[in-house]
Design a protein around this ligand. Structure first.
Ligand SMILES: Nc1ncnc2c1ncn2[C@@H]1O[C@H](COP(=O)(O)OP(=O)(O)OP(=O)(O)O)[C@@H](O)[C@H]1O
Ligand SMILES: [Mg+2]
Length: 454
């Protein structure tokens, strides 16, 4: 319920206003002077203040001057006598939301108070969203206590305030977009827009019109002109996600935009100045793509002023307990649950797993576990189905004999299957099994499997 304070030194008018507003469902407080009104405002932080301008003692205008708590400022509606419109103008200049003239009209009062309440709700919502956004992307909110992640965060802190292009490498789900947002929301551009475009998700012809915009008639279907992302992101940060999938011809155009800091819309003649910080992300090895003639080397050097290599989750396993704790807190809040943690055997499974989907996958495993868990702590039962399927079922789909399991045979079978799945790339197969490359290789040799051609 929204709260309103009526300030008026005429008892009759005060009580009429109170009745009207109470009928509308507001919580109404009254004060007979601006001084008293200020006290109540300080005490209850109302949404709306309805005040007469001319009163004995402090006037409604002086009251406006005394609202110094900007963060909790209510919407103020002033009431002026007929013929004193200049004081209403004065009040608006001092930040009043609106004014009413006497004689007061019931519909006008309810309408303007409703507008003021709506406006306050909108403002509060905005403040809340903004705060959430900052909180979400504040550097401290990014989990990473391992050396690898600390190094990453050191680079992030260094580049935040410099207006340089950053190239972020990392497997799927390692946090490339999170890092890009963190850079933006901690940079001097934080009040500007952050936009992301996924170069792999759009057909080639659409990417250009999205990035650079078009004039009407530029191509069939271009009915209205449309500014591109470079224009709409001016003052902010543009994430070019999956940049490794950008078509060659668009790469050429992009390079030009980066060099000249201006764009030309498709079908347009004029160049438009743009001021956009670029962050590019990819899970491809761009140097390999250059060799294969799929990526321009000059664009690559332009983008990689600073590069950030995000480790895969299996390369930063010591972060798993911290990430688990972070995700449990997060989903407790989201689902209104009170899960206290995770038991040892469940944690061990998480530590041993190879996490092909990285942090995104860990997040969804914990999300589901928090939702499903019946006990205080997450148990093996809450997570194991997620981790054995579907990946493991393809690798671990081994026949268990009725009796007399031969572990060596089992292990051998496992190694072979992992190698087959990894197309004989030992490093990959090692990752599937959550082993270090060295250990994996040692075990292959032990079973004479180190030459898969044989
Ligand atoms: N260090 C971290 N701390 C907390 N949450 C993280 C961290 N890294 C990633 N996440 C979360 O994991 C999920 C995946 O991250 P993000 O979308 O940034 O990955 P990505 O590398 O862009 O993945 P993709 O290549 O699939 O697009 C997000 O929900 C993100 O908030
Ligand atoms: Mg991404």
């Amino acid at each position: 319920m929204a709260s309103v304070i009526v300030i008026d030194d005429e008892p009759l008018q005060q009580s009429i206003l109170k009745t009207i507003l109470e009928d509308e469902g507001y919580e109404v407080h009254t004060a007979s002077s601006a001084e008293e009104g200020l006290e109540i405002i300080g005490a209850i932080q109302p949404d709306v203040v309805l005040t007469d301008i001319k009163m004995g003692g402090m006037s409604g205008l002086q009251l406006l001057d005394n609202l110094t708590d900007e963060a909790n400022r209510p919407a103020v509606i002033v009431i002026t006598a007929y013929g004193t419109i200049s004081s209403a103008v004065e009040a608006m200049k001092k930040g009043a939301f609106d004014y009413l003239t006497k004689p007061l009209d019931k519909d006008a009062i309810t309408l303007v108070v409703k507008k003021a309440v709506d406006r306050m709700n909108l403002l509060r919502e905005n403040i809340r969203l903004h705060k959430e956004l900052y909180d979400k992307f504040k550097i401290e909110g990014i989990v990473g206590k391992t050396k690898r992640m600390k190094e990453v965060m050191d680079v992030v802190k260094k580049v935040m305030n410099a207006n340089v292009t950053v190239l972020v490498f990392g497997e799927s789900g390692t946090g490339k977009e999170l890092i890009a947002r963190a850079i933006h929301y901690n940079s001097p551009r934080r009040k500007g827009p952050f936009t992301a475009i996924n170069c792999a998700a759009l057909p080639d012809n659409l990417i250009e019109s999205e990035l650079f915009g078009y004039e009407s008639g530029a191509f069939t279907g271009a009915i209205h002109r449309k500014p591109g992302l470079f224009e709409s992101t001016t003052g902010g940060t543009l994430l070019l996600d999956e940049i490794g999938d950008l078509p060659m011809i668009t790469q050429t155009k992009l390079l030009r935009v980066l060099q000249d800091k201006e764009v030309r819309r498709l079908g347009g003649k004029d160049s438009i100045k743009v001021d956009v910080r670029i962050i590019a992300a990819t899970n491809k090895d761009l140097e390999k793509e250059i060799e294969k003639n799929n990526f321009r080397d000059d664009l690559y050097y332009r983008l990689k002023v600073v590069t950030i290599n995000l480790p895969s989750l299996s390369q930063r396993k010591d972060d798993i307990p911290h990430l688990v704790e972070y995700f449990i807190d997060k989903f407790n809040l989201e689902f209104g649950k009170h899960i206290q943690g995770i038991n040892d055997s469940a944690m061990k499974l998480l530590m041993d797993y190879y996490w092909p989907g990285n942090i995104r996958q860990l997040g969804s495993v914990i999300e589901r576990a928090v939702l499903m868990a019946d006990n205080e702590k997450i148990t093996l039962d809450d997570i194991k189905s997620e981790l054995t399927q579907p990946h493991a079922s393809t690798v671990f789909d081994l026949e268990i004999p009725e009796e007399g399991v031969n572990f060596e045979e089992l292990e051998k079978e496992l190694l072979k299957k992992a190698m087959a799945k990894a197309n004989n790339v030992a490093a990959k197969a090692a990752r599937y099994l959550g082993m270090s490359y060295k250990t994996f290789w040692y075990r292959l040799e032990k079973f004479g499997l180190n030459n898969p051609e044989k």
